[in-house]
Design a binder for this molecule. Structure first.
Ligand code: PEP
Ligand code: MG
Length: 296
């Protein structure tokens, strides 16, 4: 079975009409690059930057971040590498950030909310990403977006960073900006968000928890924490339709993206990028190839 799957590692999965489905990896450190490439990743659909911040006793410097994101972009060039800006909250503390005591950390000060309140931390990361862009096909996405203002304010910060780097004669290049769709609010304003950004990536782990109002870490409500619930599938389809109407790319980077039983439904909806843990990649590629064979 392993050998049978190995045959699919190197393929570029295409639909009957020629559309390429980008099968990418979710990773959180440079150490995982090799495993992702071995598995046949066509790029990185989600680079979680949390580990970089949680590993050390202090916040990572701009240089250290620029080096890390640059190495990542180089490793996969010309394929895209999507780096997610810092997505931490009270449940995942980081040295150098004072988190408030919260009754509901999953509904609290996390992701883009925290970053916008700490422009010192956020701008250091954005500057590092602008600098790293010269090394490959780097894209950036924002987690936990629930309001259009969060995207607009981030774009202003990116402009500020670019102006500063230019003034300092530091080489950089602009990146494509996207948002994760992982709150019901983001789904409901997806047509507006699509006018502000160049891609969506659906985060089904959080989207499921927030659509179903069921804590993703609470086993008592695990029955509700189900991506196949019609409410969650409807939210995914609404997001894809909004992206298609606006002509922007839409992918998925939650766990569901790697599920062979769901991949046919996602592809039928119109998703063109699926990002998953490296171990899921060969099987996902095989499933897409089967679909195309069936259609042909
Ligand atoms: C998600 O929420 O689906 C996701 C990909 O991000 P994380 O699991 O890191 O919250
Ligand atoms: Mg998430």
């Amino acid at each position: 079975e392993r050998d049978a799957l190995a045959a699919f590692k190197g393929i570029v999965p295409k639909l009957a009409d020629g559309t390429v489905i980008e099968v990418a990896a979710n990773i959180g450190s440079l150490e995982e690059i090799e495993a992702a490439q071995e598995a046949g990743a066509m790029g990185v659909g989600l680079f979680r930057t949390e580990l970089l911040f949680m590993r050390h006793m202090h916040l990572p410097s701009e240089d250290m971040q620029a080096e890390t994101y640059g190495a990542l972009a180089r490793a996969f060039a010309p394929h895209p590498v999507i780096v997610r800006t810092l997505d931490i909250g009270g449940d995942k503390p980081v040295a150098g950030v004072e988190f408030p005591d919260e009754e509901n950390p999953f509904l609290g000060w996390r992701g883009i909310r925290m970053c916008l309140d700490r422009p010192d931390i956020f701008k250091r990361q954005l500057r590092a990403l602008l600098r790293a862009g010269i090394h490959g096909n780097l894209k950036v996405m924002l987690p936990m977006v629930s309001d259009i203002g969060e995207v607009r304010r981030t774009k202003i910060l990116i402009d500020e960073c670019a102006t500063e780097l230019a003034r300092e004669s530091v080489p950089f290049t602009r990146f494509d900006l996207g948002v994760m769709i992982e709150t019901p609010a983001a789904v409901l304003i997806a047509p507006m968000l699509a006018k502000e950004v160049s891609f969506f990536s659906i985060g089904t782990n959080d989207l499921t928890q927030y659509v179903m109002a069921a804590d993703r870490l609470n086993p008592t409500v695990a029955n509700l924490n189900d991506v196949t619930n019609p409410a969650v599938m409807a939210a995914i389809e609404m997001t894809v339709n909004a992206a298609k109407a606006a002509g922007i790319m839409v992918g998925m980077c939650g766990e569901a993206a790697g599920r062979p039983d769901l991949i046919p439904a996602f592809i039928r909806m119109g998703l063109t990028e699926l990002s998953m843990s490296p171990a899921s990649i060969p099987r996902a590629k095989k499933r897409i190839a089967e679909l195309t064979a069936e259609a042909g």
